[in-house]
Design a protein around this ligand. Structure first.
Ligand SMILES: CC(C)(COP(=O)(O)OP(=O)(O)OC[C@H]1O[C@@H](n2cnc3c(N)ncnc32)[C@H](O)[C@@H]1OP(=O)(O)O)[C@@H](O)C(=O)NCCC(=O)NCCS
Length: 206
């Protein structure tokens, strides 16, 4: 599986790579950051020992889930600045969901998140041949909501009072983009092998 490529459009240059074991300390740091956890995960933060994390990380690299792709994001100076994922990849239904975390706060607000999102969308629609890509945002995550909406995702609904943090409930917003909405006006999404090799729908004539 080829990692996403920089889209070459305006913004900083980035490079994607697979998860690398030599970067385990950086991943451990981001994984044990309560603020990042609150922004990108609904799983309540629990401090994890390095030993437990190492086992999990090694397993992830050695036995990746076929429905899940994790990537490291590097800046133009080859500094590891974040991670991105494609999850729930269905080769039958041709849908998946995506997320981006710029783990290094110094890099927030400089266009890296947007560039990563554009590259991820290109990867999902043009390489994986997806028909539908979804994203979710917690109501307090203004940066992510703005990024997702600015990239052309359509709001499909709100899961009201979905999260409970510190004695208060928060909504989750659900977004999706269809292949027909991707790069609207730019170029038609390419059909990939995922579409050509798709098994017939249940009940379809042979
Ligand atoms: C959300 C995140 C990926 C955005 O990446 P970023 O590099 O900081 O954002 P960018 O500089 O590319 O900006 C993207 C858009 O968000 C807007 N934005 C950035 N920070 C913002 C903030 N704090 N509040 C409101 N909008 C903000 C930018 O103005 C831009 O919108 P525009 O193109 O309309 O001007 C990044 O802040 C991050 O990793 N946060 C922690 C983890 C997280 O929340 N992940 C998302 C859920 S998986």
């Amino acid at each position: 599986m080829e990692p996403p490529q920089d889209t070459g459009k305006a913004g900083p240059r980035i490079r994607f790579d697979r998860l690398r074991i030599e970067n385990i300390y950086t991943h451990f740091k981001w994984n044990n950051d309560p603020e990042l956890n609150r922004l990108d995960s609904e799983v309540p933060y629990v401090e994890e020992s390095f030993g437990t994390f190492k086992k999990r990380f090694e397993r992830l690299i050695a036995h990746p889930d076929p429905g899940y792709q994790d990537f490291e994001i590097y800046d133009e100076e080859n500094t590891l600045i974040g991670v991105a994922y494609v999850a729930g990849i269905s080769g039958h239904h041709l849908h998946c969901s995506i997320g981006v975390t710029i783990g290094e706060r110094d890099y927030w607000g400089q266009g890296y998140g947007k560039k990563a999102m554009q590259a991820l969308l290109k990867h999902c629609f043009e390489s994986l041949g997806m028909h539908r890509v979804t994203a979710e945002a917690f109501e307090y995550n203004d940066a992510w909501k703005r990024l997702v909406e600015g990239c052309g995702f359509v709001t499909e609904g709100t899961d009201r009072d979905y999260l409970f943090w510190d004695g208060k409930f928060f909504d989750r917003v659900r977004y999706a983009m269809l292949a027909s909405e991707y790069g609207r006006g730019d170029r038609a999404p390419k059909r990939s092998r995922a579409i050509e090799n798709r098994p017939p729908a249940p009940g379809a004539a042979a």
